[in-house]
Design a protein around this ligand. Structure first.
Ligand SMILES: C[S@@+](CC[C@H](N)C(=O)[O-])C[C@H]1O[C@@H](n2cnc3c(N)ncnc32)[C@H](O)[C@@H]1O
Length: 526
């Protein structure tokens, strides 16, 4: 019996919590400091970033964004540096945060010394900690005497909480130095062209015409899928567009009209992989002339919000309308000829957070994917540890407990340690004890969904974590407890990720490459 916790994937901050609320008044620096205090108080960057930026004049937004994101990326390194700079311990989080914002300007943003010091001292007064203005001034003045030395000191080592750095060293000793430095850098911006509206080449061309430089990155996956002819690996190709410079989506051609989505290049592997696995299942069923599977296919995107991978899967389904998924070849009763009938694909998407479900609907509307002729789409707010898809599919089915899904995409809740470059608040918000809770939640979801997968069906397990406990170790544990599961091998012909005992792991080391995702494909054998 595997250990299960009833916990949800929550984040906590176990440090002294600052008291201030998010008050968007005063100078840019004071607003950034207040935003950082709100994050230390447990709020996510995504919930506070827009209120901050929307409160500012257009001309100040870029600086505020850079100051906030860079301070978060360098947070733990700045904390360590601050501890060596102060003669006495500084207990007030408001004061520490202000000094860290000052250090970011001096060490990472090349703000002129005088402006950085003067404005930061003014900001500490604005947040009503004027008694510390002398201290802030003294520490920042000390640093400008030798910024080169302090920058070097700050860059040494990692900028992560110690528990996370320790775990990464255990998991990735060879890659550790590059990985921890990689996590301090910004990530490139990637797009996915909506192939139901334009080809990838055509969208790249429209980017050129809009003066947005982008190159195409091709990811190749090679899967040792059973039933492939002569045991050759099945190749799956994914093409992502990488922008030379990150930009606001409003500046991208036809973005509002649904021509493209922002999605990390490694996140763009998920839909093509499960789509190919589904095609393989359908082809294998056809060879076996499996009547039960001929009329309807039912597929599941579990943990679907805000719908990035769901939209991608719908794009693939809608782009290839001649696919065997929609057309069933049947042998006529006299066995002398074949006929073809059409088949509906039922796609169910679930997530347990209602506000995030609203975002799925908004995203699909923008991409013109909310409705389509061949696909019966059903979006449900439900808890994947308990939800039963039975009856959703075939209410008239005799055996109410028979599994119903031909393929399942499980983009699992996780610690999101693989996307720290984009969401640097994760380093501050995650606590060590979250890992075990998350691993238990993942196991619970896996168990519940596995029981609902048909024999010969596939489940793609995905996380944006770089911790082995949530990834390869989760899969090893799953395979030990489910003898009817087999892991499909990703061969060395894959040009992404690092082969694991089960599945493949991408690490966010290369500043031009994608985030830290893990992929494992499982097949149900009996
Ligand atoms: C990694 S995100 C999914 C991202 C999504 N697949 C995409 O590509 O846009 C994980 C999702 O799991 C959902 N989640 C967490 N616990 C869940 C549960 N017990 N049941 C269903 N969904 C859950 C979260 O609300 C979150 O939206």
């Amino acid at each position: 019996m595997r250990h299960h916790a009833s916990a949800s994937n929550t984040t906590r901050n176990n440090k002294n919590k600052p008291s201030s609320n998010l008050k968007m008044v005063g100078s840019v620096r004071a607003r950034v400091i207040r935003t950082l205090l709100a994050i230390q108080n447990g709020q996510s960057l995504s919930s506070v970033l827009d209120p901050l930026l929307n409160s500012l004049h257009e001309g100040d937004k870029g600086f505020a964004h850079a100051l906030l994101l860079t301070t978060l990326r360098q947070w733990f390194a700045l904390e360590r540096l601050l501890n060596t700079l102060a003669v006495n311990n500084i207990d007030e989080i408001e004061v520490r945060t202000t000094i860290q914002v000052g250090l970011t300007q001096l060490l990472y943003l090349q703000v002129a010394d005088h402006a950085a010091i003067h404005e930061t001292v003014e900001a500490v007064k604005e947040i009503e900690f004027a008694h510390a203005s002398g201290l802030v001034n003294a520490i920042l003045r000390k640093v400008v005497k030798n910024t080169h030395k302090y920058r070097k000191k700050c860059d040494k080592n990692h900028s992560l909480p110690n528990w996370l750095a320790y775990q990464l060293k255990q998991d990735w000793s060879e890659e550790y130095a590059a990985l921890t430095q990689g996590l301090r850098q910004p990530a490139p911006m990637f797009l996915r062209a909506n192939t139901t509206i334009n080809t990838i080449d055509a969208y790249q061309q429209s980017l050129v015409e809009a003066d947005v430089s982008a190159d195409m990155v091709e990811l190749v996956s090679a899967l040792q899928l059973p039933n492939a002819t002569d045991n050759a690996a099945t190749s799956v190709h994914t093409q992502a567009l990488r922008l030379e410079q990150s930009t606001a989506v409003a500046g991208l051609p036809s973005f509002a009209e649904g021509a493209a989505s922002v999605q990390d290049m490694h996140a763009q592997l998920a839909a093509p992989l499960i789509h190919q696995a589904l095609i393989n299942k359908v082809n294998a069923d056809a060879l076996k002339n499996d009547a039960e599977n001929t009329n309807e296919l039912h597929i599941l995107d579990a943990c679907a919000a805000p719908g990035g991978k769901l939209a991608h899967w719908l794009e693939l389904l809608n782009t290839d309308k001649q696919s065997p998924l929609f057309h069933v070849k049947q042998q006529d009763t006299d066995e002398t000829s074949d006929s073809t009938s059409s088949r509906t694909v039922k796609l169910t998407a679930i997530d347990n957070e209602a506000p995030r479900i609203t975002r799925i609907h908004e995203n699909l509307e923008r991409l013109h994917l909310a409705q389509s002729e061949h696909i019966n789409l059903n979006i449900v707010c439900a808890d994947a540890t308990r939800w039963q898809g039975i009856g959703e599919s075939k209410p008239q089915q005799a055996d109410k407990n028979a599994p119903v899904f031909d393929a399942i995409l499980l983009d699992s809740p996780c610690t999101a340690t693989g996307v720290i470059r984009r969401h640097p608040d994760i380093s501050l918000l995650r606590a060590e004890e979250d890992v075990e809770q998350t691993v238990s939640l993942q196991a619970e979801i896996l168990d519940n969904l596995w029981a609902q997968l048909k024999v010969d069906g596939y489940l793609l397990y995905v996380t944006c974590s770089i911790l082995k406990q949530e990834n390869v170790e989760q899969m090893q544990d799953f395979l030990r407890h489910h003898t009817n599961a087999t892991a499909i091998e990703f061969t060395e012909a894959c040009n992404w990720g690092i082969a694991q005992d089960v599945g493949r792991q991408c690490l966010p080391i290369d500043s031009a490459s994608g985030d830290g995702f893990y992929y494992a494909l499982l097949k149900k054998t009996v």
